[in-house]
Design a protein around this ligand. Structure first.
Ligand SMILES: O=C(O)CCC(=O)C(=O)O
Ligand SMILES: [Fe+2]
Length: 329
């Protein structure tokens, strides 16, 4: 499985940038902002626009798309040290790129236990989380994982995002941050049938996201019901694992989980994100990971913005907060 790689021609980048540059901070009215970004992205050349829309729409599309040569803000404040959002922005081109791409895939959502329910997530290294299995980390390999959502129903892989978009505002200072994506189709092809069968059995419990266990459970494990890691038609497998620990329930499941880890490493595509690049990640077709990278905590560290995306909001309406129809418990 190879990922899709798309580059905007310079004149297209410049035209899109000119549309996005005057637009205000989307946080004040996200739906109005999404509408404006929709209008701006609608002017992309038809084949380019269709490739992005097809990525979100088709079962047989790759699970990862890199979009390059996107417009950028002329100036950026220091990388936020506190997990964001940054103060002192003079333009919101990055948000326009992030939410414009997001709108081509579905609906952005917030989760109260992830970045306080914000729609635009700043993914930045933080000293206190350097060794954590969360997006604050940098000093440890962030294990192959799905972005999952704690849910009182006991399943963390149902109300979680269908897609993530990561837009790079600032690359790692040493350009050593690698994002990996292993497609479940490639993983299955690399594993013996017996291991795939085990991974398709409900013999695994997922630990809740690190942000949830840290903020709500004082670091304790909060395990899901027993679930399979792989599910669905053999042609179109879905995969769900936790970065923060997946607990196998039998010795066979333990061995299968280890084989899965190795297969992910073998099957993975690698991207070193730099400014003006965004990754569109299908969170059901594959799992992602991140390398160790150097940080200085001097305002020049790596800085991504991220959205969590559902194809639509209806199937997760039981989680919606009364105050904000895009934000979930
Ligand atoms: O930092 C990265 O490249 C990926 C981080 C990650 O797993 C995420 O933001 O969900
Ligand atoms: Fe992630």
């Amino acid at each position: 499985m190879t990922f899709a790689d798309l580059a905007l021609p310079d004149h297209v980048r410049d035209a899109l940038g000119a549309r996005l540059r005057p637009l205000p901070d989307p946080a004040a009215d996200v739906d109005r902002a999404l509408t404006r970004y929709h209008q701006a992205f609608a002017d992309l050349p038809t084949p380019l626009l269709q490739q992005i829309i097809d990525f979100g729409r088709h079962n047989d599309a790759p699970g990862l798309m890199l979009v390059r040569n996107l417009p950028r803000d002329a100036e950026l404040p220091p990388t936020p040290a506190d997990g964001g959002p940054a103060t002192g922005r003079t333009s919101f081109v990055a948000e326009g790129v992030l939410l414009g791409l997001t709108g081509l895939l579905g609906e952005p959502i917030g989760v109260l236990t992830e970045k306080d329910g914000r729609i635009v997530h700043d993914v930045v290294p933080m000293p206190e989380g350097a060794h954590a299995q969360t997006n604050q980390g940098s000093a440890v390999f962030l294990n192959f994982h799905s972005d999952i959502t704690y849910d009182a129903i006991g399943r963390y892989d149902l109300a979680n995002p269908d897609f993530l978009v990561l837009n790079c505002l600032r690359g790692a200072p040493d350009d050593d941050a690698v994002t990996y994506y292993a497609d479940a189709r490639a993983i299955c092809a690399a594993l013996p049938d017996s291991v795939v069968d085990t991974l398709r059995s409900p013999l695994f419990r997922l630990n809740a996201p690190g942000s949830y266990t840290r903020d709500i459970a004082e670091g304790d494990e909060v395990l899901s019901e027993p679930v399979p890691i792989l599910s669905g038609a053999a042609r179109f497998p879905e995969i769900a694992v936790s970065a923060n620990g997946t607990r196998p329930l039998t010795r066979g499941a333990t061995a299968a989980l280890e084989a899965l880890r190795q297969a992910c490493r073998v099957a993975a595509d690698e991207v070193r994100l730099s400014p003006g690049q965004a990754l569109l990640i299908n969170n059901r077709k594959g799992v992602h990971a991140r390398s160790v990278f150097q940080t200085r905590y001097d305002g020049r560290d790596r800085w991504l913005q991220r959205t969590y995306i559902r194809r639509n909001l209806w199937s997760v309406r039981y989680r919606a907060t009364p105050e904000d129809r895009r934000v979930h418990y």
